[in-house]
Design a protein around this ligand. Structure first.
Ligand code: NIG
Ligand code: FE
Length: 439
């Protein structure tokens, strides 16, 4: 039996038309549609917890796109094609595939030593200052041959997918020197072409200052600005990113790079106010950034600016957990009506998380999102953070059939049963891409 639904949820029911043909049908589900309430927009404030639940619901797709959703046995009026995949999921939760809006999947080498030193007291930014941290991953990644790097990223993508991720952002950022960044972006582009899930590539140009530019910061910033021409011409990235932090890059010095990127049609996203309040949230919002990420130390002014601009705050509880700094307080963001998304921030330094279910549980336990808010933050709001708010993140006619079936009849388990293998079946664009052997 269902265990307590907090309050009545809006139900959108599609009228099945005789012409509706399907090649994928999932029925008998507790369906979380996350259907738009009024207009296509990230959810904020009081509606940031609306999941659009349909009990005994179904969803049907054809050629990778959702054609209809409904309740009960109305799916019987659908026309099914010969090879239709039909699943009766017996009360289990079916929901949109997760959108992981912030990852650094493209790297070689792990940072076990640094992890160990930090756990015995060393500070993240001082390790970086001494040429370790990001720089050590840069060395390992530069040394990795294309095929080696591709194999590593493929394995991580498969891990994310098995845990329900159907859309994922992948940043460069472990090249630093533009030529090496371009190599990594070209490899990410190859993966984007072959992957079963949707990859959103980001040029993380200003992640750390390469050693040889220590006396010439301006020179480095000029170089990355020049690289934008190639990035745009070869369509290697949808967005650009920078690490704006004390002792790393200052907002003012990154501004010309961001402005140039925006002129070329690239979206903006930034690592801001992660360890210190550097006014990064307000800065990103004013530049029209699509998202401001980390924001654990963002000021009240910063939050107001994000809300006003509609910039999505991407909370990354995994890095707060692994590094051990104070996590972002989600309630401040929800109360200020800032759109909130969550992501794994998968990277070898601050967050080795691969799957969104762990990020959801951590967002609830560490940041104080309700389980429902965390689910919104991992689906529809995260889709907006990647400029895909009208393509995925909800089970609605016309969207990509990105669907996850959980091994539970209560979605709150995602936040509650940390580490439990809850993801049972995963469909990306209507194709089954992962399934637990016992499903
Ligand atoms: O999101 N803070 C900047 N970038 C990453 C960590 C990168 C690293 O330590 O390798 C982050 O936490
Ligand atoms: Fe990050």
């Amino acid at each position: 039996m269902r265990r307590g639904v907090a309050r009545a949820q809006p139900v959108l029911e599609h009228r099945v038309r005789a012409s509706d043909e399907a090649d994928l049908l999932i029925h008998g589900a507790r369906l979380l549609t996350l259907a738009p309430l009024r207009r296509e927009a990230p959810r904020t404030g009081p509606v940031a917890s609306e999941l659009g639940v349909v009990e005994d619901g179904w969803v049907a797709a054809r050629d990778g796109v959702i054609v209809a959703t409904g309740r009960g046995t109305t799916w019987q009026r659908l026309e099914l094609s010969a090879g239709t995949v039909e699943r009766s999921v017996q009360g289990r939760v079916a929901m949109p595939g997760f959108v992981d809006a912030h990852t650094h999947l493209c790297y070689a080498g792990e940072r076990w030593d640094e992890f160990t030193t930090r756990k015995s007291g060393a500070d993240y930014l001082s390790v970086l200052e001494r040429g370790g941290g990001i720089h050590s991953t840069v060395r390992a990644t530069r040394e990795a041959a294309d095929e080696t790097l591709l194999a590593l990223v493929r394995r991580r993508l498969a891990g994310a997918m098995a845990q329900g991720t159907t859309t994922i952002e992948v940043k460069s950022g472990y090249g630093l020197e533009p030529d090496e960044e371009l190599r990594q972006l070209r490899l990410i582009a190859r993966l984007r072409d072959e992957a079963a899930i949707d990859i959103a590539p980001t040029y993380l140009a200003a992640h750390a200052l390469p050693g040889r530019y220590v006396e010439d910061r301006k020179g480095f910033l000029r170089e990355i600005e020049q690289a934008l021409q190639v990035v745009a011409a070869e369509r290697l990235a949808e967005a650009v990113d920078a690490f704006v932090e004390k002792g790393v890059f200052e907002a003012d010095e990154v501004r010309p790079f961001f402005t140039a990127a925006r002129k070329l049609g690239l979206a903006l996203t930034a690592h801001v106010d992660q360890l210190n309040d550097v006014g990064g949230a307000a800065w990103a919002a004013r530049l029209g950034a699509r998202s401001a990420d980390h924001v654990a130390n963002a000021s009240a002014d910063g939050l107001r600016a994000l809300a006003k601009a509609g910039t999505v705050a991407v909370l990354l509880p995994g890095s707060a957990f692994f590094v051990g700094y104070t996590p972002p307080e989600a309630r401040r963001f929800i109360t200020a009506r800032v759109p909130v998304a969550i992501a794994t921030d998968h990277n070898p330094g601050t967050s080795p998380l691969e799957g969104m279910p762990s990020a959801i549980a951590m967002a609830a336990v560490l940041c104080g999102l309700t389980p429902q808010e965390a689910i919104v933050a991992a689906t529809v709001n995260a889709a907006h953070a990647l400029g895909r708010g009208d393509r995925t993140g909800a089970l609605v006619e016309g969207r990509r059939a990105d669907i996850v079936v959980l091994d539970t009849d209560d979605e709150r388990d995602l936040a509650y049963r940390l580490g439990a293998p809850l993801v049972r079946e995963v469909y990306a664009s209507g194709r089954r891409v992962a399934e637990r052997p016992d499903a």
